[in-house]
Design a protein around this ligand. Structure first.
Ligand code: ATP
Length: 469
């Protein structure tokens, strides 16, 4: 078969098979690839006859990508694989190119398969190969979540069950979940690790109900070693899915199997979640990813620059640019990555290849403009007082109890961030306080943002409110 020749025959499959032998190793080849009998290649669907559904399921989970890649390297134009047992007329089992997505069940014993006799299989979400522990930059705001994730990824006796990770958008929950799954699979290739979003859980559940396969569904979920469900807030308000999730959850906990859950808020704050589910979710270790600090953002940018360098050879990021981006783009890591990618793309289009601060301002003007939006000190004081439910007169007044002094410091901190006012000017607007008091307040909040999740969340929320003014 020549490159560009979008056909495949029994013979050309023979050539691809030899390529695969080198890729998958002798044992895997003999057990899984050798039994595949070429059927047809139609409209990008490569169909094989397999001796049993078990082999079809197995190959579709663990070798699908490799087969597609090798076939396409020889120009076959394959989009997906299908398997039929015995005669080609049988119903094909589709493969969606998700071998990595499956429960990491590598042991061929029937008792360990996630496909019951009916042939029902459940594949999880595809893991992202970039989301590893090595690629995760650790700083104060995420160190607790990172340590807990690492501990769970070591496997062994289950200590925190479930591990519940929560945090705002784009702060690394999915990254950490994927990193745990990779690590568990590397340590124990026989472990059945099922990672999926809550949305996929619901989808599978509804499908099983519709196809009258609930027994299989239950059996599959109860036979995994580690269940990871991302964005669990999705099932809030979906009563029967919650019910099923609750039973799955209990069954696994009873068997001492590890469960890892993520959500955008703490269990108790997810509205529409049944009380008993909330209490189950709270029964293990609940850790949050705090909004990023300047240091963490800078660390992440430095790490990502190294990654982008290979992709954009010749582009240089000028002095002070990363610091500027880390200062100005504070929302989340996803946005930070997007900004950096834009700078590299920009650099690759200009002759000298160096992206300096001026070019950065130009290139990221829209992202920075949102941040540049100025709020007045009055507006800041009003929003902060509202947020903490205190009077403005108390916010700027002399009372020193914590319920007033903390909001006051938060307001000072935001006044420094959102306005061009000098410290003495801010001091005057806060009941005539000295500039050293203002500086002390600003520093106290900067520090608390790194160590106290409540303050970090308050500041983050107020920032969003003030940007929207
Ligand atoms: N500490 C970190 N170090 C390196 N990269 C990070 C870090 N935190 C987040 N990222 C990156 O930021 C991006 C967004 O992270 P991720 O998808 O894990 O966020 P999330 O919390 O799951 O968000 P969502 O709530 O939107 O699902 C990913 O590309 C991830 O690799």
């Amino acid at each position: 078969m020549q490159k560009g020749d979008r056909r495949m025959t029994r013979d050309s499959w023979g050539i691809v098979k030899q390529d695969l032998k080198l890729k998958v190793g002798h044992n895997n080849f003999v057990t899984w690839i050798e039994p595949l009998e070429f059927g047809s290649l139609d409209d990008g669907i490569l169909t094989f006859r397999v001796p049993s559904m078990f082999i079809g399921n197995w190959v579709s989970r663990y070798f699908c990508d490799q087969i597609i890649d090798e076939a396409n390297a020889r120009g076959a134009g394959v989009r997906r694989l299908a398997f039929v047992v015995g005669e080609p007329a049988n119903r094909p089992v589709p493969c969606n190119g998700e071998p990595d997505a499956a429960p990491a069940d590598k042991a061929p014993a029937p008792a360990r398969t996630a496909a019951p006799a009916s042939g029902m299989t459940i594949t999880g979400a595809r893991l992202n190969e970039n989301y590893t522990f090595d690629a995760f930059v650790v700083g104060k705001p995420n160190e607790l979540a990172y340590s807990a994730a690492r501990r769970v990824a070591e496997g062994g006796p289950v200590t925190f069950n479930p591990l519940f990770l929560y945090g705002g958008v784009g702060l690394g929950k999915t990254h950490l979940m994927n990193a745990i799954a990779w690590e568990l699979r590397a340590r124990d290739p026989g472990a059945r690790v099922l990672y999926m979003s809550a949305e996929q859980f619901m989808y599978r559940f509804v499908q099983a109900l519709r196809d009258r396969q609930m027994i299989d569904f239950k059996q599959i979920f109860r036979s995994v070693d580690v269940l990871m469900v991302d964005d669990v807030q999705f099932i809030a308000g979906k009563d029967s899915t919650q019910e099923e999730f609750f039973h799955t959850f209990n069954a696994l906990i009873e068997q001492g199997k590890q469960i890892i859950i993520s959500a955008d808020t703490a269990p108790g704050e997810i509205s529409g979640l049944e009380r008993r589910v909330v209490s189950r979710l709270q029964s293990g270790l609940v850790v949050d990813l705090h909004p990023t600090s300047y240091e963490l953002r800078l660390g992440i940018l430095q790490r990502k620059v190294e990654q982008f360098r290979d992709q954009f050879a010749g582009v240089r990021i000028g002095e002070g640019v990363l610091e500027m981006v880390a200062h100005r783009i504070t929302s989340n890591v996803r946005e930070l990555e997007g900004a950096l990618m834009r700078l590299f793309a920009f650099g690759s289009l200009i002759d000298r290849g160096e992206v300096d601060q001026e070019a950065t301002r130009e290139c990221l003007s829209d992202l920075m403009r949102t941040y540049d939006r100025r709020a007045s000190i009055d507006e800041i004081q009003r929003k902060v007082a509202d947020h903490y439910n205190i009077r403005i007169s108390d916010l700027v007044g002399p009372k020193r109890t914590r319920i007033y002094s903390r909001p006051r410091q938060v307001a000072m901190f935001l006044a420094k961030e959102f306005t061009d006012r000098s410290l003495p000017e801010i001091g005057r607007r806060f009941g005539g306080r000295d500039h050293t008091t203002i500086l002390h307040g600003i520093r106290a909040i900067a520090k608390l943002c790194d160590t106290d999740s409540q303050t970090a969340e308050d500041v983050d929320m107020l920032r969003r409110v003030l940007r929207d003014i």
